[in-house]
Each structure stands twice: as C-alpha cells, then as structure tokens.
Ligand binder design. Structure first.
Ligand code: SAM
Length: 367
C-alpha cells in the first residue's frame, strides 16, 4: 500500500468504497472496481466524477489518470519472445510498462515519451533499477543506447493525463489555451498554427488529418477569424467550428471533434513521426522480437497495417501489383484483423472504444 498526501490508498480505499459498490449500477461498479484494483498497484486515482463521497483526491506524486488499453492482449502478444529487453515508445502514465515488468520478471524497459511531464510522472512511479526513461520523440528511437529489443510497444495518441489537463489545450470539453503540443517546449502551439499556416496546410489538417467532410466551411471560418481572439482558447474555437458547420450536422460526436483531431495531428507531426520511427523500430527489433502497435484512428491504423504487411511480404494495398518474389519478408503478422477491446473493457473505459492492436513478429533468423 502506498501512502499518499492525505488521500486514501489500496485496501483503505476499497474499505471506503465497498458499501457504495453494492448500490451502484453495473457500469459504475466496473469503474470503481477497476480503479480501485489499479490503485492497489499504485497506478491510478479514482476518477473524480465516479468517486462516491469525495473522499479521494488525486494528489500523490507519480499518479496517473490513464488506464492502459488492451493491457492483457499486449502482454499476451509479447509472450512468445525471450522477453527481457523492452522498448515502450510511448510510456505515458506507465501502465503498460508496469504490466510488462510484472509479467516478465527480470525484464528491463526503455521508455520514451515526448511529453516531459509524462517522463517525470513515470520516473516517480516506476522502479528506476528496471526502467530507463528518455524524454524524446520516438522518431529518434535509434538514438537510444540499447538495441535489439525483444518487444517494442507503440500506444499512439494522448494519455488521459494530457486530455484532462485544460492547460494543455487538447480538449474542447473544458476551457484552456489552444496549445495541443505533446511537448510544450517544442514547435508552435495550435493557436499559432491556426494564425500562421497557409491555406494548404489548414486544408491538410482539417480535411486530411481530421477527415472532416465539411472542411471548406471550417477552413474559411478559421481564415476569417484571424486577427481576432477566436483562435486562442479551446472553448471559443470549438464554438467557432460548431457554428461553421451545418445545423443538421449532429452525430454521436461533438461537431468539433474531427477538427480538433486534425489540428492536433498537424501540430505534433504525428503521422510523420510514425513513418520515421517504424523502419527504425524494425531494425531495432531482435530476431524473434515482437512489435505491438495500438492506434486510435484510421490514419494511424492504416500506416501500421501498411508497414506490417510490407514487412510480412504481403501486398501493402489492394493496388500493390508486385509478384510474391518481388516482396521480401522480415517476419509475420500475428493479426490479420486488428484486436479490439471487449465490451467489458469499453464499458469500464469508454476512451478505449476505437483502439486497434496489431502485432508483428520478426523471423528468428535473419534472411
Ligand atoms: C496513449 S498514451 C500512452 C499510455 C501508456 N501506454 C500507458 O499505459 O500509460 C500516448 C503517449 O505517447 C506519447 N507520444 C505520442 N506521440 C509520441 C511521439 N512521437 N514520441 C514520443 N511520445 C509520443 C504521448 O505524449 C502520450 O504520453
């Protein structure tokens, strides 16, 4: 049991929650139990909106609000390997890394994240004798002193710690500066991007990265808002996007969702980072090593699928007309179709609903 600063932990917390668990719906029960179980290994708070009596505050050092997605499936993916030397290219809240350390006794994890606060949090909660952390973009993974990884994990996108901190500017659900940088010390903020990008760059962000069908309206609204204060805060900008879209444009998601996603991908160069990192990751994989990648939208998943198919010597797309002899294979795909979260996992953690896990294993002997 960990001691927090005036907060309840582990078994003490479970004792407080027990009477409430009896009365709650299945949905809330699953969230309470999951969070409390995670708390037992010191990794997660009880979400503010879920906790019953306000008895628990999230104040402890190294505590993350992020729930690792498809955790059991990731561990299962790595089980055929010798499993001693891992790279977690997106350490985030450290949930997957912790699961790897628990599952593979004697394993070491190299952890990367471009977000300095993720690295700080991970350094406070993961054992320093088994985890080596590097604050860097995974596109530079070849700069790590370690090589020949038995397992490499990419878990793309944002952590809940980033999404739920209004000052980071990722979410339109709360007001904050329109920043969106995973590494706030590098590059330009989303507000600066919107004020300075060429029209072509805006189109690429909203149409190509955001996959927004009404991209023309959104781009024009951004263009016309330049020089005003409407591009500087998440809530005002989200309203500008909603107003730009047709009134009947009501789906299950907030109309600003696609635009926010597109701008975030552009500001952080997210697809470019994957394109640079993947060939380096294949080179850094030990013979027999396994690479697992979790993506959260179709652009990421398409990239992962293409790389894995190429490495497995399969046609990359349906238009790939090369003969079998022209395609070389470096290993095999373990997943023809991606692994997705179960209904129970989605119920407990709705943010995982679009996750797709793909797995590739390098041949034992180099060809
Ligand atoms: C979904 S979270 C990872 C959560 C983690 N697997 C866990 O269990 O807590 C994604 C993390 O990847 C980081 N990230 C995204 N793109 C990155 C990149 N190109 N290089 C390094 N880190 C990146 C983000 O800053 C974020 O912390």
């Amino acid at each position: 049991m960990r001691a927090g600063r005036g907060v309840l932990w582990g078994p003490d917390l479970l004792a407080v929650l027990a009477p409430y668990l009896e009365k709650k719906s299945a949905f809330l029960r699953s969230i309470y139990s999951m969070s409390a179980n995670c708390l037992l290994d010191g990794s997660i708070d009880i979400y503010k909106e879920c906790h019953p009596v306000g008895a628990v505050a999230v104040l402890g050092a190294g505590i993350t609000a992020h729930v690792p997605v498809l955790k059991a499936e990731v561990i299962e993916a790595f089980s055929p390997t010798r499993a001693t030397n891992f790279l977690d290219a997106t350490i985030g809240g450290g949930g997957h890394a912790r699961a790897i350390l628990n599952a593979f006794q004697g394993a070491n994890v190299w952890g990367m994240d471009r977000d300095p606060s993720a690295i700080k949090r991970a350094s406070e909660s993961l054992p320093p004798n088994r985890v080596h952390l590097r604050n860097d973009n995974f596109s530079r993974l070849d700069c790590l002193p370690a090589k020949a990884f038995d397992g490499i994990l990419f878990d793309f996108g944002l952590s809940s710690d980033q999404l739920d901190t209004p000052e980071r500017g990722f979410s339109f659900r709360s007001d904050g500066p329109l920043d969106m940088r995973m590494d706030p010390t590098q590059g330009i903020s989303a507000a600066q991007f919107l004020s300075s990008a060429s029209r072509e760059m805006l189109v690429q962000a909203i149409r190509d990265f955001g996959e927004e069908p009404n991209w023309r309206r959104v781009v024009s609204a951004i263009w016309n808002a330049r020089g005003t204060n409407r591009l500087s805060r998440t809530s005002i900008f989200a309203e500008l996007v909603r107003n730009a879209l047709p009134k009947h444009y009501q789906g299950k998601i907030d109309p600003a969702t696609r635009t926010f996603q597109g701008i975030r991908i552009a500001v952080n160069g997210e697809l470019e980072a994957i394109q640079i990192a993947f060939p380096k990751a294949l080179a850094a994989l030990a013979p027999g090593g396994v690479m697992a990648a979790i993506s959260f939208h179709s652009l990421e998943d398409r990239l992962v699928k293409r790389f894995f198919r190429q490495w497995a010597g399969l046609p990359e797309t349906r238009w790939d007309g090369r003969s079998k002899d022209e395609r070389q294979s470096a290993g095999k795909m373990h997943t023809v179709r991606p692994i997705t979260p179960s209904a129970d996992e989605i119920l407990a953690n709705p943010r995982c609903r679009s996750a797709k896990l793909r797995i590739f294993q390098k041949w034992e002997a180099r060809l």
